[in-house]
Design a protein around this ligand. Structure first.
Ligand code: NDP
Length: 283
């Protein structure tokens, strides 16, 4: 039976570390601030934004929320970001995605100062991740790396298979693992014989967005299985991309959903905002 990687407990360790550093900075007169922009009234986005605000408050960060109407124009949003880019109290700017369809997501993301882009979606930060010289990594893949390291799972020399190649999860995940000397394979919907490829893995990261997609027959005995997926079932329950019931009998370590990768994402956002403040002050 696999050992459960407790994302809630590990995220609390990360948050405690951030909190103590934020306190130390405040004793030197340095504040750490995050601005979150939400456009429209998508209920899921509202929950995420509230959680980010709560985390900021709990860790002593300055938290500013900009809740804009669903009719906000590109120009209005660009104007706000321009102001925040120059705002000394703000170290991180996060635009909650998805944006309403009339807004140009690429244009908006690219207008955030790379120094304050704590989601690490700006092309400049994406490029820096590629060459391994970065201040921020996207929160979810960074959270996976933190889960692994805090569980004393070394990726160096391991066969790591990532299922999913999105810009937010799969691709940056592959780079972070590669920088830690893993041998990385990235799978997607056109991968031939997915089962055989995943079965080679010492470490599997599932980021597909399909409930129970990864089954026990795809998993090597003793593999580490990290489930990034968050899927809502018809009965309202959350479930991951991995069939936890059967895979947990074969894996050595596994993350549950909920309570695995999910809680790490906000913790890493806090860590990135702290890193931005430290970089600004050359600390
Ligand atoms: P995307 O929809 O952007 O990407 C899904 C990926 O899965 C694509 O690369 C797609 O391949 C691949 N895929 C789809 N079907 C198959 C298949 N049959 N075989 C192999 N690969 C397949 O999703 P995201 O990366 O944004 O998110 C993935 C999951 O992670 C979602 O459940 C999401 O909710 C969750 N998530 C969780 C977060 C957290 O905080 N824990 C944060 C972000 C996401 P192709 O490119 O060929 O289409």
């Amino acid at each position: 039976m696999a050992q459960i990687i407790d994302g809630k407990a590990i995220s609390q360790i990360v948050k405690d570390e951030v909190k103590s550093e934020v306190l130390k900075l405040s004793q030197k007169g340095i504040t750490v601030g995050l601005a979150v922009i939400i456009v429209g009234d998508d209920p899921a986005s509202r929950v995420y934004v509230n959680n980010k605000k709560k985390a900021c408050e709990a860790l002593g960060l300055i938290s500013r929320e900009y809740a804009l109407s669903k009719d906000t124009t590109n120009d209005e949003l660009l104007e706000l970001i321009k102001k925040l880019n120059c705002d000394d109290e703000i170290d991180g700017i996060l635009v909650q995605l998805p944006l309403p369809s009339h807004l140009d997501e690429k244009l908006i993301i690219n207008s955030i100062s790379p120094n304050k882009d704590v989601d690490a979606f700006h092309p400049q930060n994406v490029g820096k991740i590629m060459i391994g010289d970065y201040t921020f990594a996207p929160c979810t893949p960074a959270g996976v790396m933190e889960l692994l390291s805090k569980s004393s799972i070394d990726v160096s020399g391991k066969e790591c298979v990532i299922v999913g190649r999105s810009n937010i999860v799969g691709k940056p995940m592959s780079m972070l693992m590669l920088h830690k000397n893993a041998t990385v394979t990235v799978c997607h919907s056109k991968t031939a014989d997915l089962k055989e490829v995943v079965r080679r893995a010492d470490i599997v990261v599932a980021a597909v967005g399909k409930p129970n997609f990864i089954t026990a027959d795809m998993i090597k005995e003793g593999a580490v299985v990290i489930d990034v997926g968050i899927n809502r079932l018809e009965n309202g329950k959350l479930c991951g991309d991995v069939n936890f019931e059967e895979v947990s009998k074969k894996a050595s370590f596994i993350t549950p959903v909920p309570g695995g990768v999910g809680p790490m994402t906000i913790a890493m956002l806090m860590k990135n905002t702290l890193a931005s403040a430290k970089a600004k002050h050359n600390l």
